[in-house]
Ligand binder design. Sequence first.
Ligand code: NAD
Length: 481
Amino acid sequence: MKRYQLRINGEALDPAGGRWFETQNPYSGEAWAEIPECDARDVDRAVQVAHAALTTGPWSQMTATQRGALLHRLGDLIARDARKLAETEVRDNGKLLAEMHAQLNYIPQWFYYYGGLADKVQGAVLPLDKKGYLSYTRNEPVGVVAAITPWNSPLLLASWKIAPALAAGCTVVIKPSEFTSASTLELAELFEEAGFPPGVFNVVTGFGKDVGSPLVEHPLVRKISFTGSDATGRLINEQAARHFKHTAMELGGKSPNVVFEDADMDQAVFGAISGIFAATGQTCIAGSRLLVQDSIHDRFVEKLLSIARTARMGNPMDADTQVGPVTTPPQYRKVLEYLDIARQDGATLLLGGQAASRPECGKGWFVEPTIFGDVTNNMRIAQEEVFGPVLSIIRFKDEEEAVAIANDVRFGLAAAVWTRDIGRAVRMSERLQAGTVWVNCYRAVSFMAPFGGYKDSGLGRENGIDAIREFLQVKTVWINS
Ligand code: NAD
């Protein structure tokens, strides 16, 4: 079995405690690699070298243009190795190879975009109310960044943090999810090949309490950029607040996908299906609440079911598989538990509703694509993030009621509206409480478009020009002339 080493200061190392844990393939249920089980000693080592690189190493002496060139080179190397990295991710998270390969092919754009932005960050000369001074601002790196990432799209979500952080001149210690660490360790090798100085990018692997928590607490870490569940985000934010550390939080969602009677029916059905079943529902932006207007409800649901029923499950490496396994055993158990909860709360099961036992599912952790009807927004299935292939259909009568239901949830990551009425599209986009609103589309993201949550879905924004500011702090200089 392949045994990985951790990557600190440009070196492949054994963990201080000399322990490894196994990582499993969600399709076969089998362990396929060993991942270093780090502890606070490894974290300290990684943060110390990241701090040295930031303050005294060659990285600290580079111009922003030189940093940008390194980011470009890294983007080229990721593009070269996209297929290999995608296969590593599929082995770990069970998502479709086609999807992961598309993600990996897209990731270099983050490095090109922020590489290009690195030397375009400018301070200002201030127009003062006092004579005899020159005053200007400098944008300085905020410090060592701790990046903590989840298992669903390991390298995509890591890149949203790493690319702007390095463009800003920070150094990074990343802790990937214990379920999907392999691709981040492989990415570290490309940093070395691209020519980044040692200490700029470091990977520590292991569990939340042993690695994540000491990383958040480390006195030399100044910024924590986290993507994961709101429960962990809350914990980290509380810990960080005690030391006045900067945080950015990309958390969970319970996104409404709102279909009006004047929508293009075929387009909206497709949007509803990809909204919930892509990545087996394991995306923070999953359209897990489908709000359908009364007047088209029955026709729409019939069409939706006729398509969802034909979903092909199976090996995520196969090109014709449409729905893969759930990534982790705890997540698998959680999804099955929610199927019972929904039934007990009175939702009507329209499709699926159980673990999948089809022969093509092997020994993997598969759940049948599931659709519940007659859901009311106060049910747990409509309020809590399931993070699996489970759709709840809720009826509404008019725009007013659609807005009320859509916003009646503690999350606010994304929302979608399907309508041909431009006025309604504009009104709904204004009234929906979500960081992203899609009209007649779902799931569009770009390195150029800010992404983040309202309410319990998070703090701060990733992507877009302003994301680099998340990793900068402003210094004001006064010169007595
Ligand atoms: P999680 O919160 O369980 O874990 C995320 C990361 O935090 C992992 O690396 C984990 O090891 C680490 N961690 C756990 N406890 C910690 C602690 N005490 N201190 C520091 N680190 C700790 O989340 P997950 O199950 O890996 O991912 C699924 C969640 O992520 C879902 O809620 C999903 O909505 C969310 N998510 C959000 C976005 C977004 O951009 N908003 C994107 C993808 C996933």
